[in-house]
Design a protein around this ligand. Sequence first.
Ligand code: PRX
Length: 645
Amino acid sequence: MHYPYQIKNLAEYHAAYQRSIEDPAAFWASVAEHFTWRKKWDTTLEWNFNEPDVKWFQGGKLNITENCLDRHLEKLGNQPAIIWEPNAPDEQPRVITYKKLHEKVCQFTQVLKNNGVKKGDRVCLYMGMIPELAIAVLACARMGAIHSVVFGGFSAQSISDRLQDAGAEFIVTCDGAFRGGKDIPLKNIIDDALIGNQTIKKVIVCTRTRTPVSMIKGRDVWWEDEMKQVEEQGITYVEAEEMDAEDPLFILYTSGSTGKPKGVVHTCGGYMVYANYTFVNVFQYQPGQIHFCTADIGWITGHTYITYGPLSAGATTLIFEGIPTYPNAGRFWDIIDKHRVNIFYTAPTAIRSLMAFGNAPLEGKDLSTLEVLGTVGEPINEEAWHWYHEQVGKKRCPIVDTWWQTETGGCLISNLAGVTPEKPSWATLPMPGVQLLLVDENGNEKLAEGDETISGNLCIKAPWPSILRTTYGDHERCRINYFATYPGLYFTGDGALRDKDGFYRITGRVDDVLNVSGHRIGTAEVENAINMHAGVVESAVVGFPHPVKGQAIYAFIIYQGSHQQNTHGSDDLIKSDILQTVTRVIGAIAKPDKIQLVSGLPKTRSGKIMRRILRKIAEGETDNLGDTTTLLDPGVVEEIMNGKL
Ligand code: PRX
């Protein structure tokens, strides 16, 4: 494939950026015309951030799978679309060509239809990292069903909440998933999520681990049986549904500073254009290259840069089932050598955890096929950046530091590999079409005087094609969360610096959202889970810096279990019970790293918890706690400091 909109040098970047700001509609129309549309759009852009109401390519008709599959068949039919590397290195990898993937997607589309799924229905996908997950995603898109992938690490309760919020009636899952030495019983977790559920009509179960499962008559069917039936009918092609550019493509749940996770909604046309545009430009993808993004398809990174971005560009995408340290810390490097990977995209947490093993796992690895490296999900510290650059990239490969969010659909700030300058730990320049500004607490734009570097809250002035359109079932929540803090602006929730060259460095969240190992977790969500434990009176959760995870969770808990519970166990047992509760309610990814049992929490006279103080204590910064005189009981601070873990 040829990408006429691929930026080739710095001057082209500046020119593209300029054009994208002067006339965003004309700029994106000139990109969008290189895609397959059943009918061309009437209006390129209409928007109003106050509602918010954003519409791209209105009146346009398309199906994203025709862009990811059908349009490649003639020239790239026999090229690998997906290379799958299983969890255990001695199991055979699978290579799926575009032709085969197209066929499988069509067949699974038919399976969905046979099981009663209709256009617009919500389908929850709770699967491991096997090609069938990508096939299920694409099959939903092909028939116009809205997929909602739930990461395989979430608990039954989390699944149940998401099913209810999305009004999902269909689930596709696996018997289990291999992850390192573990076998996660996905179907059993689904069964727990479905206890008492009256709305789920069908559960399609794909075989992977041969974990024993209970198949419920009339509700549960096997993926393989359903596919066989379609294959036996000789079906290899199913017509793609004609979608409106603004029809929803998927819902993806993500954590915010309040309440339960919200369902971020992305739509077909704008998301497709932006996923493709950023994939081609940020990574500077060249036809034939092998792209390896280590994220899980359960996160936005896996949606955009394992699935839709690469496939819409006719690329070869590598899907990896396992973890970086299984069977040993050389696993990524072995995969890169085995499959001759050219582009490698991972999270700073993974880099830091591998760095901790020293350079021995890299010895004897070739890595000479690597051309571009990338990071995503959290700020990368300079030490990790240099290690990645020297030990993995052998100082040959540019590193793209891509800043974005579930809500943004694709990268908004990043250097373009080898095309625009890189600066360790800086995400650098905005993508074309992305109009950034830094504001103070009151929403006033901050502007630099001379060459100074300034800091502020990161906002965006105007829409790019893959901005979220709503939060599922609650548009007001979308408005309040993203568009009401600073009227007329999209607020990212992140703080940032901007230097004299206009480069941005993301400093982290400024709201009550934590970023643990690149996973977004709301403090309120963790507190709610902890508070469900019978002996917990109240809790407050904050983040603290962690050398590998970036941030870790510190929970201060007032515990007054019953007499029986107190005699039932020591503090250690109480803490384990609380961890078990969090695992049950959210999933193991939200488990606090430190739990401190306290007799009180620092509160203002009006009853508000002073998190600022707790954050400082958790960070070990006890000298300068700021003003504590407004506290209801200043003595409590002393006690908490003395008991700090
Ligand atoms: O705080 C920023 C951080 O991750 C948040 C978004 O999380 P999520 O929606 O889960 O998406 C992660 C993958 C796109 C952001 O608000 N973040 C993401 N990328 C970077 C980052 N922080 C610093 N540098 C990055 N490159």
